[in-house]
Design a protein around this ligand. Structure first.
Ligand code: ATP
Ligand code: MG
Length: 235
């Protein structure tokens, strides 16, 4: 398994943000994590990335616990509010993080990411001076710089212009990685993944093949309406 989430419980004070959640992503599988605001998506992804420790249960990456070096090496994580080093330039951020992660052919990889994300013109710009969308592009590049085999991304296409969204979708589809992405945009879930996990109130509502979602509504009904109904049914 690329990712295993085993009966995770995560509390913040009295609030149980994740309530005994379990799922897995097998090697090479692409999965979308959907759910209303506050459902526990970002919290779950942070537990998988090792940023939060669950009160109960555990996450594993390729069989390793998130804080083990082997897990860190295989993971590419895009946080919800990615903050690169603001006083470094775009290139410095990528070369620094890429070097820490032991990236092979780092210079080529950085240049590839500049082309992919149309960031080359900003390579010497201080990160603090980037527009919101260009900062998101840098955050994506930082998540992918070491060619991770397991990708966990929290709303990856936020703020990106349409041409960049298309390039990112194409390149994620080309990578041989397994991935888990949270998104609110159904068309992105449908294009990027085969399977969806819908959560609400920190619990699974539905898991299955993304095409099967349509069976729960009329043939002409937008898939968003079907998903909204499923999310509401448990809240
Ligand atoms: N650091 C924190 N301290 C206290 N409560 C938190 C903290 N982080 C998250 N929560 C709470 O946990 C619940 C789940 O939050 P989370 O950010 O995981 O939701 P989400 O599904 O990612 O939502 P969104 O779609 O808005 O990004 C919410 O009720 C939130 O208020
Ligand atoms: Mg979130």
């Amino acid at each position: 398994m690329a990712i295993e989430v085993n009966s995770i419980v995560k509390r913040f004070g009295d609030k149980e943000a994740v309530r005994g959640l379990s799922f897995s992503v097998s090697k090479g599988e692409r999965v979308a994590l959907l759910g209303p605001n506050g459902a526990g998506k970002s919290t779950t992804l942070k537990v998988i990335a090792g940023l939060l420790k669950p009160e109960e249960g555990e996450a594993r990456l390729g069989g390793y616990l998130p804080n083990q070096l082997e897990a860190k090496r295989m993971l590419g994580y895009l946080p919800e509010d990615a903050t690169p080093y603001m006083s470094l330039s775009v290139r410095e951020n990528l070369e620094y993080i890429g070097a820490i992660r032991g990236t092979e052919n780092l210079r080529d990889r950085v240049n590839y990411l500049f082309d992919l994300l149309d960031l080359g013109q900003y390579q010497r710009t201080k990160t603090n001076n980037l527009s919101r969308g260009n900062r998101q592009k840098l955050a994506l590049a930082l998540a992918m710089v070491h060619n991770p085999s397991v990708i966990v991304m929290d709303e990856p296409l936020n703020y990106l212009d349409i041409p960049t969204q298309e390039r990112v979708i194409d390149s994620l589809m080309e990578m041989k990685a397994s991935f888990l992405v949270s998104t609110h945009i159904m068309s992105i879930a449908e294009r990027l993944t085969e399977k969806v996990i819908i959560i609400s109130n920190g619990q699974t509502v539905w898991t299955g093949d993304i095409q099967d979602l349509r069976k729960f509504g009329d043939p002409k009904e937008p898939v968003e309406k079907i998903v909204a109904r499923m999310m509401r049914s448990v809240s």
